[in-house]
Design a protein around this ligand. Structure first.
Ligand code: MTE
Length: 328
């Protein structure tokens, strides 16, 4: 099994990996071993799928374009911006493998051309090209804290536009209660899709109130450049008060519905991952504490803040929802 040396801030893989995944891996491995040399005989791609790797794709290096926009200081991050090299080399993008080092593999992400489908409860279903979308929005830069459910965290200058603007462009009908994001699932370029026990494609959803919240952001760049593939090019969601898995990468479809969607992680393991996934240091993950976090590039643990420190803007959306698992 290919496992690199863990950097100080990294959570042990056995902790971060959902139980189902471990079972799936064991089953796959057991089956392969039971079948004699089946694993050894499997094509390189299949072995990569089982274990993940740092292997670079054959795609040429990605050239990021400058993308400058005025910085909005309304939401102070209160801590130093993470090193760009860390934020762009330590990633979760399961479509490209289970390793955190997927930047090489993600170079194969086919981002040109790119389009986004608006569907479900919308006035008129349609598909819009990414370049057309860009012409309809005004970009700004926001420095947000990002907190992964695995307890690592970073602070990133994201470039993008409010999610509410995407809602305005998509034109949902009045009966829509949820906004659902589906991300690219391309078997030709994404070896992780070979992990069949995952409920591909990766989807995430928010309520219409959350979609309208001023913090909710569609990101198209970071560190003053277009978004690197491994961080979710060409466009991703950024919801800084929620665990990072809600921030779906490489969005291809936006749909509106009146039924609460079951997202990727919830479908995989609903005892551990739910719909709301708001950050809360006092509600542990079933297998680890959420009380503290480690900033990328630094081994020290620092206290986690409720709503990841964004309560002033978001806590009001959840009053009265006493029966909901708001922090799972
Ligand atoms: N989106 C897709 N399509 N696939 C993924 O595996 N991982 C999520 C989220 N969005 C993921 C995804 C998780 S678990 C986290 S923490 C963040 O992306 C990580 O974003 P980053 O790699 O830019 O730090």
């Amino acid at each position: 099994m290919l496992i690199g040396k863990r950097r100080g801030w990294e959570i042990a893989e056995r902790l971060a990996t959902p139980e189902a995944l471990m079972l799936g891996r064991r089953a796959a491995l057991g089956g392969a071993l039971a079948g004699g040399a089946a694993l050894a005989a499997a094509p390189a791609q299949a072995q990569w799928n089982l274990f993940g790797s740092n292997a670079a794709s054959n795609a040429p290096p990605v050239v990021l374009k400058p993308l400058t926009a005025p910085r909005l200081d309304r939401y102070p991050a209160g801590r130093a911006i993470s090193a760009e090299a860390d934020a762009t080399s330590y990633n979760n993008y399961y479509e490209f493998g289970l390793s955190k080092s997927v930047a090489g593999a993600a170079r194969a992400l086919p981002i040109n051309p790119w389009s986004i489908e608006f569907t479900g409860m919308v006035e008129k279903p349609r598909t819009i090209g990414f370049d057309d979308l860009m012409k309809q929005v005004t970009l700004e830069e926001r420095v947000y804290r990002h907190r992964c459910v695995e307890t690592w965290a970073m602070t990133v200058p994201w470039t993008g536009f409010p999610l509410s603007k995407l809602v305005e462009i998509a034109k949902p009908t009045a009966s829509a209660k949820y906004m659902v994001f589906t991300t690219l699932a391309d078997p030709k370029t994404m070896p992780g899709l070979g992990q069949r026990f995952y409920p591909w494609p990766y989807t995430e959803g928010v309520t219409m109130a959350e979609a309208a919240n001023e913090l909710a952001f569609i990101t198209v760049g970071m560190y003053g450049k277009t978004l690197p593939p491994q961080n979710g090019a060409p466009l991703r969601l950024t919801l800084p008060w929620k665990y990072g898995f809600k921030s779906a990468k490489s969005i291809v479809k936006v749909s509106f519905t009146d039924k609460r969607p079951v997202s990727f992680w919830e479908a995989l393991q609903d005892s551990e991952y739910g719909f709301w996934a708001n950050v809360n240091p006092t509600v542990p993950h079933p297998r680890w504490s959420q009380a503290t976090e480690t900033l990328l590039g630094n081994d020290d643990r620092v206290p986690t803040q409720i709503w990841n420190g964004y309560g002033e803007w978001v806590a009001g959306m959840y009053t009265g929802l006493t029966k909901e698992r708001l922090f799972v």
